[in-house]
Write a protein that binds this ligand. Structure first.
Ligand code: ARG
Length: 457
């Protein structure tokens, strides 16, 4: 049943109806629409629009409907109503007759949809925050398990300096903490109740909107009706939180795809998150990670789509805004699935620490140590840098690592180098030297793990 029609002498044609209807996707707001309706019934009864017994009847019917929609939410999608608000109202009228027609007094679908959508976003954000924490925990557990494992650290995808594998794990814990904090901020900003803003000008019924806001668990009521019904900043903020976090997950995916490659062979992914090739029997492909990397594009797509939709949109509500839902539903569902999948990959991977160590030892990753050694011997860093460059060239020409050069060859390039250079060039010394806050030395990493455990576990 349409909520309007009195002014029309013809119904919509079927192509337009299909084009215009949002029920096929906004059915996902069914619970929120019913909960918002119960609160609205209470609000209008407080100003005498409904008697106490009418309120009780409406509430009971709405609660009954809530149970029904929870049991089979997807069946609503094809019920044929224009949108979830029309669906709920028509079901209510089926249950309580004409009394159901009173519920929409003083309310518009414009303030209703803005409220429903924010309620949905709040619940979904809570789930996402929990998932981010779970992924952080998986990283921390891996960091603890692999404490001591040495990994080549890269810049420009060239082996640069060795780091602890756990240090790499904690880098992602940091990124995820920022994702978590951004999402929390977004929730705090949108946690305001638009209900009672009417179509655009405010409601003509003297309800207490602050009480209504509290009733629905919002921190406060919105303060300007024009803004309240037309603001979709929260959608863009959530999409931007999702995009940035997906960007982090895509970097994680890329790191792991590389570590898992035959060429690197640093890790092995669990069978549970990899798949085979239909043609090449030897293959075990990192599909989960490739999909995380790939889906990042789709989430960014939703962000730019919504930004374009809202650009230059005049106040207040316009039907363009109905486009806010599918992109956000899809982006947040995708983000959540990727967080879960990343967690499975992290929890199930095994590290080939002999290979990571061998790779960290190759590539002259201890060259910086040698330059620092020369600085300690009184040579200015820039000059030391040049000397070490020559020594690296020498080592490359002999197919050796720096620590494999005999002292005579060191001395031929720089006389101040002595026997005491060898312990400095050991990989453990390279790691141990990074002992300032935020560095990769074992005590720093242990402290970081302990601090995260306090925060998260
Ligand atoms: N289905 C609409 C949406 O999602 C609900 C609001 C409709 N309001 C209106 N005045 N047509 O945006």
């Amino acid at each position: 049943m349409a909520l309007w029609g009195g002014r029309f002498s013809q119904g919509p044609d079927s192509a337009f109806k299909q084009f215009n209807d949002s029920l096929p996707f906004d059915y996902q707001l069914a619970e929120q629409d019913i909960i918002g309706s119960i609160a609205w019934a209470k609000a209008i009864s407080s100003v005498g629009v409904l008697s106490q017994s009418e309120l009780a009847q409406l509430t009971a019917a709405l609660l009954e409907l809530l149970k029904e929609v929870k049991a089979d939410p997807e069946s609503i999608a094809h019920a044929g109503d224009e949108d979830i608000h029309s669906y709920v109202e028509s079901k209510l009228i089926e249950k309580v007759g004409d009394l159901g027609k009173k519920l929409h007094t003083g309310r518009s679908r414009n303030d209703q949809v803005a409220t429903d959508f924010r309620l949905w976003c709040r619940t979904t954000a809570t789930t996402l925050l929990g998932a981010i924490e779970a992924l952080q925990k998986a990283f921390i557990a891996l960091a603890e398990r692999e404490l001591g494992t040495i990994l080549p650290g890269y810049t420009h995808l060239q082996r640069a300096q060795p780091v602890l594998f756990s240090h790499w794990c904690l880098a992602y814990v940091e990124m995820l903490a920022r994702d978590h904090s951004r999402l929390t901020d977004a929730v705090n900003r949108f946690n305001e109740c638009p209900l009672g803003s009417g179509a655009l000008a405010g409601t003509a019924y003297g309800i207490d909107r602050e009480i209504l806001a509290k009733e629905l668990g919002f921190a406060r009521a919105t303060r300007n009706s024009l803004d309240a019904v037309s603001d979709r900043d929260f959608v863009i903020e959530l999409l931007s939180c999702a995009s940035l976090s997906m960007l982090h997950l895509s970097r994680l995916a890329e790191d792991l795809i590389f570590y898992n490659s035959g060429e690197a062979g640093f890790i092995e992914l669990a069978d549970t998150v990899t798949s085979g090739s239909s043609l090449m029997p030897q293959k075990k492909n990192p599909d989960a990670l490739e999909l995380i990397r790939g889906k990042t594009g789709r989430v960014f797509g939703a962000l730019s789509a919504m930004s374009m939709t809202l650009k230059a949109l005049p106040l207040a509500y316009n039907k363009d805004m109905q486009e806010d839902k599918e992109g956000l539903f899809d982006a947040l569902t995708t983000w959540l699935a990727c967080i879960h999948m990343a967690q499975s990959c992290i929890s199930g991977l095994s590290v080939r620490s002999a290979r990571t160590l061998a790779a960290a030892k190759g590539g002259h990753a201890n060259a910086t140590e040698l330059a620092d050694y020369l600085v300690a011997k009184g040579i200015p860093f820039r000059q030391g840098h040049h000397i070490v460059g020559q020594l690296v060239q020498l080592a490359i020409s002999k197919g050796k690592n720096l620590e494999e050069l005999p002292l005579s060859e060191f001395k031929a390039v720089c006389d101040v180098i002595d026997d005491d250079v060898y312990p400095v060039l050991e990989i453990d010394a390279c790691i141990a030297a990074r002992k300032a806050l935020g560095g990769t030395s074992l005590p720093q990493v242990q402290q970081a793990i302990a601090a995260w455990k306090l925060k998260i576990q």
